[in-house]
Design a protein around this ligand. Structure first.
Ligand code: HEM
Length: 137
């Protein structure tokens, strides 16, 4: 029995961030809410090449799930993320960056994660968004 307890303890300690925040459902809710904001945004909406935002929503959801330790479906479908390269066709300037982060902040607020998890996610997203800027003002 002791061994079983040990295994359980080990499993708990090794829980990924993906699992800690609630797994797939959490990421689906986050990105869905984010794209609701994008759909209404006069600066961002025209940047998205497809009329239907559904496939873009799916790609971003799968990317974040993979990044935080969930299933690796994103890379199975899309290969290495190479995010900066994939954003080259889009004019990501300060204004686009700010709009993108604003919708992400709204989406995270709606999710209502515990403070610590919220901060971990926000820190990553703000860092990643800054690194995506490819067009000076
Ligand atoms: C800073 C402002 C940003 C803007 C304006 C922006 C805009 C876009 C646009 C227009 C697309 C194409 C939509 C599609 O067809 O998938 C896209 C794709 C994507 N973006 Fe961003 N993005 C930004 C930041 C970020 C950040 C910070 C991340 C990651 C944390 C990210 C992750 C992705 C992913 C995973 C895709 C799909 C890549 C693929 O597999 O083709 N983006 N983004």
């Amino acid at each position: 029995m002791e061994g079983v307890t040990e295994i359980r303890r080990g499993t708990l300690q090794e829980q990924t961030f993906y699992e800690q925040v609630g797994g797939e459902e959490t990421f689906r809710r986050l990105v869905h809410r984010f794209y609701q904001g994008v759909a209404e945004d006069p600066l961002l909406r025209p940047m998205y090449p497809e009329e239907d935002l559904g496939p873009a929503e799916e790609r971003f959801t799968l990317f974040l799930m993979q990044y935080w330790g969930g299933p690796t479906t994103y890379s199975e479908n899309r290969g290495h993320p190479r995010l900066r390269m994939r954003h080259v066709p889009f004019k990501v300037d300060r204004a686009a960056h700010d709009a993108w982060l604003k919708h992400m902040r709204d989406a995270l607020d709606d999710l209502g994660l515990p403070e610590e998890h919220d901060q971990t996610m926000w820190k990553y997203l703000t860092y990643a968004a800054a690194s995506m800027i490819n067009t000076p003002d």
